[in-house]
Design a protein around this ligand. Structure first.
Ligand code: GLU
Length: 281
């Protein structure tokens, strides 16, 4: 699959060396039609329990299940998938330099990101929310953050929205991942963590955090999770078909239920499962 992107990649002069190294590693390539020894490189989060989480060599979570299903529909078995960590701030670069073929990483579709990458999907809709200490009573939504210390992640829509719309009086600490933010919250270094509700629910339910934190439950955005693909990819339609099939055969619901079990998270059923967007956007 990766060789599809090679031409466009070669055009990116600054990335040429990186690309050559990547292409060499990727084996014969040639896409799904060649079958056999081909592989697909998929970017996921490694530190978001219930969504994208890596324990040893075993990834788990809803993003991972959707990724496996889609890869299978594109002709890749599970053992042909190479999982790569895709932190929030690195996703566009990973795609535009050809280091990954697809990203399933709580990756919101936005016009700004579409300037650098393309999206299939969405396959889920979440909403930005707040995680606070279990005994906190004064933070009830984004309008109650005046004078508060907040933590979010560099390169996320979550941090960007705070800067764009709620910056007055809010002190924003940016970290590479949300787990670091939750650690800061439990240590009392920040008053709240902000990102998508489903991410906060998964982190809040981790045994090391449970009982110490709570999700506020007052969402203030719609985050449409897309499958990130390079702009020159021709896989968008096929990915959308795969997602539709996953919803229709019940696997999507099953994966979502399993991923959120025990977290107290209730997906917004007016927005889920979402209709996919046209590929030419
Ligand atoms: N969905 C948001 C985003 O894509 C926040 C979660 C994340 O950082 O992965 O930026």
């Amino acid at each position: 699959m990766r060789t599809r992107t090679t031409g466009a990649i070669a055009l990116a002069a600054t990335a040429a060396l990186t690309l050559a190294a990547c292409s060499d590693d990727s084996g014969s390539g040639g896409g799904e039609t060649e079958g056999g020894d081909d592989s697909v490189t998929i970017g996921i989060k490694f530190d978001q329990p219930g969504l994208g989480f890596m324990e040893g060599d075993t990834p788990s979570g809803f993003d991972v299940e959707v990724a496996k299903y889609v890869a299978n529909e594109l002709g890749y078995s599970e053992d042909q998938i190479e999982w790569t960590e895709a932190p929030s701030a690195q996703r566009e670069t990973l795609l535009s330099t050809g280091q990954v073929d697809m990203i399933f990483a709580t990756y919101s579709i936005t016009d700004e990101r579409r300037e650098q990458v393309s999206f299939a999907g969405p396959y889920f809709v979440a909403g930005q929310d707040l995680l606070v200490a279990a005994d906190n009573t004064d933070i009830t939504g984004p309008d109650t953050l005046d004078g508060k210390n907040l933590c979010s992640v560099t390169g996320s829509t979550s941090a960007q929205r705070i800067k764009d719309e709620y910056s007055e009086g809010v002190n924003l600490l940016e970290q590479p991942g949300y787990a670091e933010c939750v650690t800061a919250l439990i240590a009392g270094q920040v008053d709240a963590v902000t990102t998508d509700d489903i991410i906060l629910a998964g982190l809040g339910a981790q045994p090391s955090n449970a009982g110490q934190v709570k999700v506020v439950g007052n969402t203030f955005s719609e985050e449409l999770y897309g499958v990130g693909i390079p702009q020159e990819s021709d896989q968008c339609e096929a990915i959308n078909e795969a997602i539709t099939k996953m919803v229709d055969d019940g696997s999507w619901q099953e994966a979502l239920d399993a991923a959120t079990e025990g977290t107290g998270y209730v997906p917004n059923d007016e927005l889920n499962p979402p209709e996919y967007e046209p590929c030419d956007m």
